[in-house]
Design a protein around this ligand. Structure first.
Ligand SMILES: Cc1ncc(COP(=O)(O)O)c(C=O)c1O
Length: 414
């Protein structure tokens, strides 16, 4: 009998940078029913009319089963790509079905893009903090992520210019600026109109591509959506969309809209990856867009999430924890909070779980170990009552930790 081989000797170099995300490790505990989870970004799919979705799905199989149960194309079903253009038109985008590739969620589209464009050592600039799933993709591609500071209006153009200058001085190639412009994951912040234009000017000046990842754009609570960055420029922007939050995450259907030469490569990469996206899922999404009043459904989602956002903000205001600050999102799923000075959101998690409430510590949303005082609260999943109870518990945990801190430093003085 030979010795058991040490398998990590066979791992590729890029795998060494793949580590379990903070979020994944947390989910096991946070998903216990007794815990009020403000951690996961799970959409409220229970708000969908499930009997109607069941009818749509069985209609797809009954009437078009021979197609739906067959292999599809690497680019995605043509009818769905047409309908995706209608969805994007709501944010001012005129795209052609020819330039769309349909993927297993926008997560896979990000991965195909990284596979197609990133060489080890390429620099990707992102908001700080940024979407954890994108950070994972960039890490696997062995790219270097540099975070750029944001405020309540999204990324700060002067800070972006500074990061670009620094990369140029260091002789590094910046290929992309990755942004979630609407109701960002994890902060809930939206990139303002003037900054969208400023971003495009910088992209021209410094010659980089903008990756516009927009799963939440149609989930705004006040007024219509802002014009997408892609609506302002079709050559310098790759746009990522998803049906996960506007319909159902379980259909795992997203897309990329990219300039023709890039789109061709993405299709080839998709074929190499999965041959074709599930035609059954694509046809269910198509039926949903064709036969279900999806815009009315969107309004219902908006209203449901607005109620939960309001519950979150009013609970935070009521608790009035001294030194705690938070963002006020105009849509989407997330509030981003900053703890009083001296507290660490990862350390605090043990006490929070003991009080049966969960959130995501901020460090997971940075590639450089920042975010110790920050945390993400998701209001998409829990009911308003559970949210209020959860925030009350969390406020107690923070207040106690803060007071302990004060008394221990006081005792050090006495
Ligand atoms: C900013 C952002 N991009 C992409 C995704 C992945 O979405 P999908 O379900 O389409 O893969 C998410 C999911 O939470 C997200 O928040």
């Amino acid at each position: 009998v030979g010795e058991t081989p040490q398998l990590d000797r066979y791992f590729a170099q890029r795998v060494q940078r793949m580590t379990v995300s903070e979020i994944r490790a947390l989910f096991t505990v946070a998903s216990r029913p007794e815990i009020i989870s403000l951690a996961g970004g799970m959409p409220a799919v229970e708000a969908l009319p499930l009997a109607e979705i069941a009818d749509l799905t069985s209609r797809v199989i009954r009437d078009h089963g021979a197609k739906a149960l067959q292999y599809g194309s690497g680019q995605g079903d043509p009818r769905l790509r047409e309908l995706i253009c209608d969805v994007m038109a709501a944010e001012g985008i005129t795209g052609s079905p020819e330039n769309i590739v349909v993927t297993f969620g926008s997560q896979q589209a990000l991965q195909l893009l990284a596979l197609t464009c990133l060489d080890p050592g390429d620099v990707v600039l992102t908001e700080g903090p940024s979407y954890v799933g994108a950070l994972g993709v960039f890490a696997a591609a062995q790219a270097e992520v540099t975070h750029v500071a944001i405020d309540a209006d999204g990324v700060i153009p002067a800070a972006l210019r500074e990061a670009l200058d620094q990369a140029a001085v260091a002789g590094r190639r910046v290929k992309f600026f990755y942004t979630v412009p609407n109701f960002q994951n994890p902060t809930g912040v939206t990139l303002s109109e003037p900054r969208r234009d400023a971003l495009l000017e910088l992209a021209d000046e410094y010659d980089f591509i903008i990756l516009e990842d927009n799963p939440y754009g149609l989930l705004g609570f006040d007024g219509g959506p802002l014009r997408a960055i892609r609506a302002r420029d079709s050559d310098r922007v790759v746009y990522f969309g998803s049906f996960s939050k506007t319909f159902a995450a379980g259909v795992r259907t997203g897309w990329a809209l990219a300039p023709a030469p890039l789109c061709e490569k993405l299709i080839l990469a998709n074929e190499a990856s999965v041959l074709s996206h599930s035609l059954l899922n694509q046809m269910v999404v198509t039926a949903y867009l064709e036969y279900h009043p999806w815009q009315e459904q969107l309004r219902q989602f908006q209203s449901l999430y607005r109620t939960r956002r309001d519950a979150t903000l009013s609970a935070l205001e009521k608790a009035a924890v001294s030194g705690l600050t938070w963002t006020r999102p105009g849509g989407g799923f997330y509030v981003w909070a900053t703890l009083p000075e001296g507290l660490d959101s990862k350390h605090l998690m043990t006490a929070a779980l003991a009080e049966k409430v969960a959130y995501v510590p901020g460090v997971g949303f940075y590639a450089d170990g920042m975010g110790q005082r920050e945390l993400r609260l998701s209001y998409c999943y829990a009911t308003p009552e559970r949210i209020q109870e959860g925030i009350q518990r969390l406020s107690g945990v923070i207040t106690r930790a803060r007071n302990n801190d004060v008394s221990s430093s006081l005792s050090a003085i006495l």
